[in-house]
Ligand binder design. Structure first.
Ligand code: ADP
Ligand code: MG
Length: 461
C-alpha cells in the first residue's frame, strides 16, 4: 500500500490486535483474583480500543480516497507534471496534495498575469483607436465599447456593460444589422447618423464575435462626417463654377447669335450687343483668374517671391487701382493713418487681398459714402490693416459665411457690380498663409469693418 497514513493505521491496528490477543491469552490463563482484579478490565479496554481504531480506519478510508482524488484533480489542472521541491514531503496524501495545489496556484498566477496583460493590451488598443468599437452578445446587449464610441454617441457617462444596444444608439438599422450578423455569422455593412452635439455620419463594419458564452457581434464605426462634408463642398464647388460660368457664357452665345442672325446690320443695337459680349467675356475671365489664384493658394506650394513687404506701398497700389471706380460711385477714400510697417509674404498676393477688401468696401457702398483705411501696429505688436465703410452692411446671419467660396449675400447686386463671390475666400487664404487673421464687424445699413492682423517682419525676417 502506497499511503503512509493508511499504512500507519493498519500497522497500529495490527499491533493493537496482537496486543489484544496476548492480553486475552493472559486474561484466560490467569484467573481473576483479588490480587489482579484489572486483567479482565484491561482485556475489555483493549478490545474497545481495537474496535475504535478499526472504526477510525474505516471512517478515514473514504477521506483518504477523497484526498487522493483531489490530488489527481489538482494535477489534472497543471499543464506540466510537477517536480517535487525539497521543502515539501510527498510521502503522504496531504503532502502530495499540497505540492499539487501549490503547483496549480503558481500556474493560476501566471495565467492571471497573462490575462491581465492581454486585457491591458486590448484596453490600450481600443482606447487609442479613432474609430468607435462596440461588441454585443446574442441578446444585443453591450459587452464592451471604447472611448471613441462613447464620444461619438455624445454620452455624459461611460457606457455600462449590459446596456441594451437600442438604448445607446436608437438606430433600428444598426440593430437589424448586428442581429443579422449574430444570426448568420457573416460580415455586414451599414451607414448611420448620430445626432449628439451635431449630426455625424458613420459607416459601420460589423462581424461575428465567438465567445465561450455564445455568439455575438463586433462593430467598428468609422466617422465619415468630414469626408462627406468635403465631398459636398467639392460637388457644390463644381455646381457653383458651372453655374457662374453659364450666365456670362449664355450672354456671349446669345448675343453673338443675335448678331449673326442679322443684328450686325442693326446700326442702333449692334454696338450694345458687342458691349454685352465684351463684359460677359471679362466676367468669365475674372472668374477664371480668381479660380486660378484660389487653386494656387490652396496648393501648399510656397511662393518663390516671398520676402519683406512694405504695407504702405501695398495699400497705395491697391488704392490706385480702385480710385477711379470710387470716384465713379461717389465714394470717398480716406487714408486715416498709414504707418510704415513691414510684413513677410508675397507682395502681389497681399496687394490682391487689400484690393479685394477695398473693392468690396466701394462696391457695397452708397453714393456719398466713405471708405477708411488704417495701417497701425496694434497693442499686441501685430500689423493691423483696417478697411471700414459706410455701406450697406452685412446681415448678422450671413457674417459667418461670407468667406466661403461663391457666397454672396445679395447675388443679384453682387453680379451687377461684378463680383464672383471668391474675393473674400482669396483674402482669407492669403492672410492665413501669412500667419495672420481676418475679422469682420458689420451693421446692416451702417457699414462694415474688416480687420486684418499680420505678424510684423522681424529684423531677422
Ligand atoms: N464691405 C462690404 N459691405 C457689405 N457686404 C460685403 C462687403 N464685403 C463683402 N460683402 C458681402 O460678402 C460677399 C462676398 O464677398 P466677396 O467674396 O468679395 O464676393 P464678391 O465681391 O465677388 O461678391 C459679397 O457678395 C457681399 O454680399
Ligand atoms: Mg469681392
Amino acid at each position: 500500500m502506497k499511503s503512509s497514513i493508511l499504512r500507519r493505521f493498519v500497522l497500529v491496528t495490527q499491533v493493537l490486535v496482537l496486543f489484544t490477543l496476548v492480553a486475552s491469552f493472559y486474561a484466560f490463563r490467569i484467573p481473576a483474583s483479588k490480587d489482579s482484579p484489572g486483567a479482565a478490565a484491561v482485556l475489555v479496554w483493549l478490545s474497545c480500543a481495537t474496535l475504535a481504531l478499526g472504526l477510525a480506519w474505516l471512517v478515514s478510508l473514504p477521506l483518504m480516497l477523497r484526498v487522493r482524488r483531489l490530488k489527481r484533480m489538482a494535477e489534472g489542472l497543471l499543464d506540466v507534471p510537477l517536480h517535487q521541491n525539497g521543502t515539501q514531503d510527498a510521502s503522504n496524501e496531504l503532502g502530495a496534495l499540497e505540492i499539487s495545489l501549490s503547483g496549480v496556484a503558481a500556474q493560476v498566477r501566471t495565467l492571471v498575469d497573462r490575462l491581465r496583460l492581454e486585457s491591458a493590451r486590448r484596453e490600450a488598443i481600443l482606447a487609442s483607436m479613432a474609430e468607435g468599437v462596440l461588441a454585443v452578445d446574442s441578446d444585443l446587449r453591450i459587452i464592451f465599447s471604447n472611448d471613441a464610441l462613447f464620444r461619438s454617441v455624445g454620452g455624459s457617462r461611460k457606457i455600462a456593460e449590459n446596456t441594451r444596444l437600442l438604448a445607446l444608439i436608437r438606430d433600428t438599422g444598426l440593430f437589424d444589422t448586428l442581429r443579422d450578423v449574430v444570426r448568420t455569422g457573416e460580415n455586414r455593412k451599414h451607414r448611420l447618423k448620430i445626432i449628439s452635439d451635431r449630426e455625424r455620419s458613420f459607416e459601420v463594419q460589423a462581424g461575428p464575435l465567438e465567445m465561450p458564452s455564445g455568439s455575438g457581434a463586433i462593430a467598428i464605426l468609422y466617422d465619415t462626417t468630414d469626408i462627406e462634408r468635403l465631398e459636398q463642398v467639392r460637388k457644390d464647388f463644381v455646381a457653383n463654377v458651372s453655374h457662374e460660368m453659364r450666365t456670362p457664357l449664355a450672354g456671349i452665345i446669345g448675343y453673338a447669335e443675335t448678331l449673326l442672325d442679322g443684328a450686325l446690320e442693326d446700326e442702333q443695337n449692334n454696338r450694345r450687343f458687342v458691349q454685352i459680349i465684351h463684359s460677359s467675356a471679362i466676367r468669365l475671365n475674372s472668374i477664371a483668374s480668381d479660380l486660378l489664384v484660389l487653386s494656387e493658394l490652396e496648393s501648399k506650394v510656397e511662393p518663390r517671391e516671398s520676402g519683406r513687404i512694405a504695407v504702405r506701398d501695398v495699400v497705395e497700389s491697391a488704392l490706385a487701382i480702385v480710385e477711379k471706380e470710387a470716384e465713379m460711385r461717389g465714394v470717398k477714400l480716406i487714408r486715416e493713418e498709414i504707418q510704415e510697417l513691414q510684413v513677410v509674404g508675397t507682395r502681389l498676393r497681399l496687394e490682391q487681398a487689400v484690393l479685394n477688401l477695398v473693392a468690396n468696401a466701394i462696391k457695397f457702398n452708397l453714393p456719398g459714402g466713405e471708405v477708411r483705411i488704417r495701417v497701425v501696429q496694434d497693442a499686441a505688436g501685430y500689423v493691423s490693416i483696417t478697411v471700414s465703410d459706410t455701406g450697406v452692411g452685412i446681415p448678422s446671419q450671413d457674417l459667418p459665411r461670407i468667406f466661403e467660396r461663391f457666397y454672396r449675400v445679395d447675388k443679384g447686386r453682387s453680379r451687377q457690380v461684378g463680383g464672383t463671390g471668391l474675393g473674400l475666400t482669396i483674402v482669407k487664404h492669403v492672410i492665413e498663409r501669412m500667419n495672420g487673421t481676418i475679422e469682420v464687424q458689420s451693421q446692416l445699413r451702417y457699414g462694415s469693418t474688416f480687420t486684418v492682423r499680420l505678424p510684423l517682419a522681424t529684423n531677422a525676417g
